[in-house]
Design a protein around this ligand. Structure first.
Ligand code: AMP
Ligand code: GLY
Length: 420
């Protein structure tokens, strides 16, 4: 059982639902702000008008640690505001959060500290775009420098379209990053960082595209599994040596004090890891799978790390899988306000449901968002997870109004031995 602490989770999505679930199970007294109707079934929630209001409620409730969920609050400087009031916060400062919120900054950070990443060019003028983009080979990868609500990356074969996307980006962002396409396996790699120390929390593989076989538009993520068969100890050691340690050194050299989650988006090409992006927060839906597996109380990992005693997170045996159920029309125009009949009923044993975009109308859960909820399980194998999760989803009476991928986890099979 964890050190019992009063912990506040900021946010109200599926990631925060899973964090609250884990923290509560591991013995903390948990609050959420603003939380959600689903989170309020688990822990007390309060809303806040601004950071001053948040601070006064934190003080009133004698919260000892604040764990920040979404990047939005970090980019707005919540960690700076709380730290100024001597409130302990697990989430980086606004400056440090630029690793996520400014892709040009992240790219320059990697180059400066010799961290492997795709070759790239940062462009700020419309005239340069036409010349520079053509110097890359298709498929072209074009990224907005700032936060773009999941619409900041374009990948495609046509240089004309690549230039058009980059021109659009420059209307609202100061720069655009064009980079080499890396063809490999993506890994979401999570560490906890506190100054010079880090603890490895775990990894998961997300499914970013809407449709089976990685087709269709990019989304926030349609499902995730953990652990990842390709992430053998040897690859993890390589990631630690070539990426994690240089990041910590780089932060130190650049005088950036970082405290919080660091989500390193990696592409593994022929067993070599490259950084695709940094996020200063946990991933959604990766967190749901990681929390299903996490055995070490998160709050202990955070506290021990703070006291200079980093430890690798212990995990439960088995595989965690989650499948995101989104409203039909997601990501462009998700259908809204329909009833999610029966979602309030207790699911079969072994299933956990984490809500992202739902509201409670007093009688039913109602769809209020793109990604609605995820259905998670921890079982001895991926196949057993799928055999539990998919029949449950298929039994729900609102299937015509939702969309979900039927192949979450299938990509892992090619790396697992089919026969003993
Ligand atoms: P990002 O927001 O930078 O992680 O990009 C979103 C998604 O685009 C990633 O999760 C990858 O699937 C894909 N992506 C980004 N950069 C590259 C790249 N250089 N090569 C191939 N795919 C990429
Ligand atoms: N699942 C990817 C993310 O949270 O950005």
């Amino acid at each position: 059982m964890a050190t019992s602490k009063k912990v506040l989770v900021l946010g109200g999505g599926g990631r925060e639902h899973a964090l609250c679930w884990h923290l509560k199970q591991s013995g903390s007294e948990v609050f959420a702000a603003p939380g959600s109707a689903a989170i309020a079934n688990l822990v007390p929630c309060f809303s806040f008008k601004n950071f001053d209001d948040l601070i006064s409620q934190i003080q009133k409730n004698k919260i000892e640690e604040v764990i920040v969920g979404p990047e939005k609050y970090l980019a707005e400087g919540v960690a700076d505001a709380l730290t100024q009031k001597n409130i302990s916060v697990f989430g980086p400062t606004q400056k440090a959060a630029e690793l996520e919120s400014d892709k040009s900054f992240a790219k320059e950070f990697c180059i400066r500290h010799k961290i492997p990443t795709a070759g790239s060019k940062i462009l700020t003028s419309k005239d340069d775009l036409k010349i520079e983009i053509r110097k890359f080979k298709p498929p072209y990868v074009v990224k907005a420098s700032g936060l773009a609500a999941g619409k900041g990356v374009w990948i495609g074969e046509s240089h004309v379209d690549a230039i058009a996307f980059a021109e659009e980006v420059l209307k609202t962002h100061s720069s655009v990053v064009v980079e080499e396409f890396l063809d490999g396996e993506e890994i979401s790699y999570f560490i906890l960082v506190d100054g010079e120390h880090f603890s490895y929390l775990g990894s998961a593989q997300d499914h970013k595209r809407l449709l089976e076989n990685d087709m269709g538009p990019n989304t926030g993520g349609m499902g995730a599994y953990s652990p990842i068969p390709i992430l053998k100890d040897s690859l993890r050691a390589k990631i630690e040596k070539e990426i994690v340690l240089p990041i910590l050194e780089g932060l130190k050299k650049d005088n950036i004090h970082y405290r919080g989650f660091l989500f390193i988006g990696l592409m593994v090409v022929n067993d070599h890891p490259y950084v695709l992006e940094f996020n200063c927060r946990m991933g959604d839906p990766e967190t749901q799978s990681l929390m299903m597996r996490l055995e070490s109380p998160l709050i202990d990992l955070i506290e021990n790390l703070h006291n200079g005693k980093p430890e690798k997170a212990k995990t439960k045996n088995g595989v965690a899988l989650n499948v995101v159920v989104a409203a039909r029309g997601y990501p462009d125009q998700p259908l809204q306000d329909f009833n999610l009949f029966d979602l309030e009923k207790i699911p079969p044993a072994g299933i956990e449901i984490f809500h992202s975009g739902t509201q409670w109308n007093g009688k039913n859960w109602v769809a209020k968002g793109g990604r609605l909820f995820s259905v998670c399980a921890l079982r001895p194998s991926l196949f057993e997870c799928q055999s539990l999760i998919y029949p449950y989803i298929e039994s729900l009476p609102f299937l015509k109004d939702v969309t979900y991928r039927k192949d979450i986890g299938v990509k892992a099979y090619k790396h697992l031995r089919a026969f003993p």
